[in-house]
Design a binder for this molecule. Structure first.
Ligand SMILES: Cc1cc2nc3c(=O)[nH]c(=O)nc-3n(C[C@H](O)[C@H](O)[C@H](O)COP(=O)(O)OP(=O)(O)OC[C@H]3O[C@@H](n4cnc5c(N)ncnc54)[C@H](O)[C@@H]3O)c2cc1C
Length: 500
């Protein structure tokens, strides 16, 4: 026990996993969450008996011995989080203007399936897979061997865009589009998003893909249990309004209700923009840092439908579905009143292993917070009739698309609810209501990267804006942040030890 007090702001995956690692290593951890529910993007909600996930829906690389499985053992949540494999012959299905393509798990199965669609591209597909694997493996961060910095990630793949790399390798333009059609998973934009982002996600899911049985809140509950087991606390309804500092260091935090928490170390998993606001006007942080943080672009937000099916009517869909109205997934984020929605992605909720019927599903389509600008500042549930009408109109447009892809499905829907980027903004504080936090842009380079360290020696950052979003991206980020206090070698050895 080193008795150092750590206060962590935010109880999403980043805050909780950072809390687990430090609590296991003798720190006195207190996690403060502004919301009523713990979990951030791991939150679920139940309405009229149907359960819905609001953020994380499926995870990869979690088969025994794979990287996420090893991390779940290290975090001591492996026996609490039950996983259900998606269809290995097609965990994802994409539809480009009605033409469908399956994404199977495993390198060889993937090459064989894609070569069936595009026979003359077999050799290029092999080169593409080699490239994806090279990038994923070159990153010491993803292999969590040293967990020191993102510098080890193959540099070329960080400065070249996804389309630049893929269109050089793949000579069939249609296949080049198919290969990026899961881009809503990482909010990719043409000529901006680095190839490395694509490679990590593709490698992550290609190795294995699972839904979390019972919903992603099981992950949050399990992490809270481990923090408490090691003597830590996770407190809800504790919105931090200020990070308190003396002349050189952070000394603790204050909540909107005036509660004070002293700390030797403060770690924020809130969006960096929110963290900067919590720092007030302290001179410990430079103006140039504040300006840079506020100038970083965000990934897209989403308009989300939560669909409750009638009992025993819709077969459980053991794969995820991505639909694009046009023959390209690119530029889905560029739309106006007449062209929205350009597509959607759609996933069933897994409530039990081997389930026969779909009980609930989510359907997401890109949306900017700007579309909801006139309701910013209003409260959840009290935004007014015009907001409800806006949501009803958008819901109708998306259900029409769904019906097009799955004829007859509408008559099997019992209830449907919706949320906008404003909902995410209000619930998690993520800038712009964005899905995955800050956007990586090759044109901005390091200017759009957020380090886990700040100029305040005992103020660290964690969560999806450090390293990367998603289950693996956030956990690797937590390891990077904790290495600052524990050393990466120590964490690495603990991971190995916990998997013996
Ligand atoms: C719609 C959607 C779908 C997704 N699907 C997947 C998926 O299928 N697979 C996958 O791996 N990933 C997915 N992700 C990404 C993944 O869920 C996130 O990257 C990850 O959960 C983010 O964790 P975090 O801790 O960084 O942030 P968050 O979950 O946003 O947590 C931050 C927490 O900080 C709290 N907070 C903020 N300000 C304060 C304050 N002042 N005081 C106290 N608390 C504060 C917030 O309330 C929140 O709980 C999805 C995300 C979204 C939004």
């Amino acid at each position: 026990m080193n008795n150092k007090k750590v206060v962590i702001i935010g109880s999403g995956l980043g805050g909780l996993s950072t809390g687990v690692i430090l609590a296991k290593n003798g720190y006195q951890v207190t996690v403060l969450e502004q919301g009523i529910q713990i979990g951030g993007c791991l939150q679920c909600f139940v309405r009229r008996g149907a359960k819905f996930e609001t953020g994380m829906h499926f995870i990869g690389s979690a088969a025994p011995g794979q990287v996420l499985d090893q991390l779940m053992h290290f975090l001591e949540i492996n026996d609490k989080v039950k996983l259900s494999s998606l269809d290995p012959t097609g965990y994802d299905m994409v539809s480009l203007k009605g033409e469908r393509f399956k994404f199977p798990m495993g390198r060889q199965r993937f090459i064989d399936q894609m070569s069936e669609y595009f026979p003359d591209q077999h050799d290029n597909l092999v080169r593409y897979c080699d490239m994806v694997e090279r990038v994923a493996n070159a990153s010491s961060i993803h292999a969590f061997k040293y967990a020191e910095s993102t510098a080890a990630v193959d540099v070329e793949s960080q400065i070249r865009s996804i389309n630049d790399v893929i269109e050089e390798i793949i000579t069939d333009p249609k296949l080049a589009k198919v290969l990026v059609s899961q881009l809503p998973l990482y909010g990719a934009e043409r000529d901006k998003t680095p190839f490395s982002t694509h490679a990590f996600i593709m490698d992550f899911y290609n190795k294995s893909a699972y839904r979390i049985v019972g919903g992603s809140d099981c992950v949050a509950d399990a992490l809270v249990g481990v923090i408490e087991k090691y003597g830590g606390k996770v407190l809800n309804k504790q919105k931090v309004s200020r990070i308190l500092c003396d002349d050189t260091h952070a000394t603790g935090v204050e909540t909107v209700d005036g509660n004070l928490y002293e700390a030797d170390i403060v770690i924020s998993s809130a969006h960096p923009q929110r963290t900067v606001e919590m720092l007030g006007d302290t001179s410990l942080i430079r103006q140039s840092y504040r300006r840079r943080i506020s100038a970083i672009p965000q990934t897209m937000g989403s308009f989300t439908l939560y669909i409750h099916f009638k009992d025993g009517k819709v077969p459980y869909m053991n794969y995820n579905f991505y639909s694009f109205k046009n023959d390209t997934p690119w530029y889905s984020e560029v739309y106006d009143e007449t062209t929205w929605p350009k597509g959607y992605f759609y996933m069933h909720h897994c409530s039990e292993e081997g389930q026969k019927w779909g009980k609930s599903a989510v359907l997401m389509s890109y949306m900017k917070l700007d579309d909801c600008a006139k309701w910013i500042g209003t409260k959840v549930g009290q935004r007014g009739q015009d907001y409800e009408e806006f949501k009803a109109r958008k819901t109708e447009q998306l259900l029409e698309l769904l019906e097009n892809d799955f004829p007859g499905i509408r008559e099997n829907i019992e209830h449907v609810y919706s949320s906008t980027p404003l909902t995410y903004y209000d619930y998690t504080g993520t800038e712009g209501g964005s899905m995955y936090g800050i956007a990586k842009d090759i044109n901005l380079g390091a200017a759009c990267r957020v380090s886990h360290k700040t100029r305040i020696p005992n103020l660290l950052l964690t969560g999806q804006n450090v390293n990367s979003h998603g289950m693996l991206g956030v956990l690797v980020g937590s390891i990077v942040t904790c290495s600052e206090l524990l050393t990466s070698e120590k964490i690495y050895n603990q991971i190995i030890e916990s998997n013996k």
